[in-house]
Ligand binder design. Structure first.
Ligand SMILES: Nc1ncnc2c1ncn2[C@@H]1O[C@H](COP(=O)(O)OP(=O)(O)OP(=O)(O)O)[C@@H](O)[C@H]1O
Length: 253
């Protein structure tokens, strides 16, 4: 499996009638089972890029392809996880997780069995019949991860999924996500503001430039997992990525 983005661009017209070019000219390829993080200065178009890949938005130019087929709309092959807890408040945890299969018309017994498997994977067996308001932020995001995995997508698209969590919960979630990724081996494309998170998680980090954005640099993270945030090697990569982002933010002011 391969995700190929070629010369992607995206412009918006604002309410005032001004044209904003978010994505300038973006090209990259993501390989099967790879974990990619996308970082870049605020407002450079990270969410826009992810939405186009997910088929939720259309590009102004260029294209995104999955296995050589141009992405023109949402596909069951890809699941997206957002920062805000996008669970249905009126559904129990298990019914939230099973939602995607329900939409696909999978029978109750089969979808409940699958949902319980993913509930177990994210360690929330006891909360099967709880409602989202009864859960902490970290637990809700675990449910969101289980719900995304339950439709067995090949690609997970994650937009700042842990951005609203406290530092400690965030670190725990990163470790858990990597464990799930080792077990399920999906392609993951993960947008984050946190360089630390990107170095901890990914095989490669795509650093975007300021608007109109391009891929400024692709940084390989060759460190074995689980990664030690306190190691010299970790600090060196983090510093390199930060320097790229900061240089861009300064030059745009
Ligand atoms: N629907 C829209 N209409 C007009 N402008 C938009 C729209 N969506 C995004 N933009 C603009 O496109 C640019 C990129 O937005 P986007 O949210 O993709 O950036 P981002 O890198 O994810 O931002 P952040 O790092 O702050 O989360 C911004 O200038 C934003 O204002």
């Amino acid at each position: 499996m391969e995700m190929k983005v070629s010369n992607l661009s995206k412009s918006f017209v604002t309410d005032k009638g001004e044209q904003v070019t978010a994505l300038g000219d973006i090209s990259f390829t993501v390989r099967d089972k790879e974990f990619i993080c996308i970082v870049g200065p605020s407002g450079c178009g990270k969410t826009t890029l992810l939405r186009i890949i997910a088929g939720l938005d259309t590009p102004s130019g260029g294209r995104a392809e999955l296995d050589g087929r141009v992405i023109t709309g949402p596909s069951p092959r890809m699941a997206m996880i957002f920062q805000e807890y996008s669970l249905y408040p009126w559904r129990t945890v298990i019914d939230n997780i099973a939602f995607g299969l329900e939409v696909q018309g999978v029978g109750k017994e089969e979808r409940m069995e699958a949902a319980r498997r993913y509930l177990h994977l994210v360690g929330l067996d006891e909360f099967e019949t709880s409602y989202p308001y009864e859960l902490s932020g970290g637990m809700r995001q675990r449910v969101a991860v289980a719900r995304a995995l339950c439709v067995e997508p090949e690609v997970l698209l994650m937009d700042e999924p842990f951005g609203a969590l406290d530092a400690q919960t965030r670190n725990t979630m990163q470790t858990e996500l990597l464990e799930i990724w080792e077990k399920t081996r999906k392609m993951v494309i993960f947008v984050t503001h946190s360089v630390d998170e990107a170095v901890f998680l990914s095989d490669r980090i795509f650093v975007l430039s300021t608007r109109p954005s391009r891929i400024q640099e692709i940084i390989e993270v060759p460190l074995p997992r689980p990664r030690d945030r306190t190691s010299v090697e970790f600090a060196e990569i983090r510093r390199d990525v930060l320097a790229l982002i900061q240089r861009r933010e300064e030059s745009s002011q």
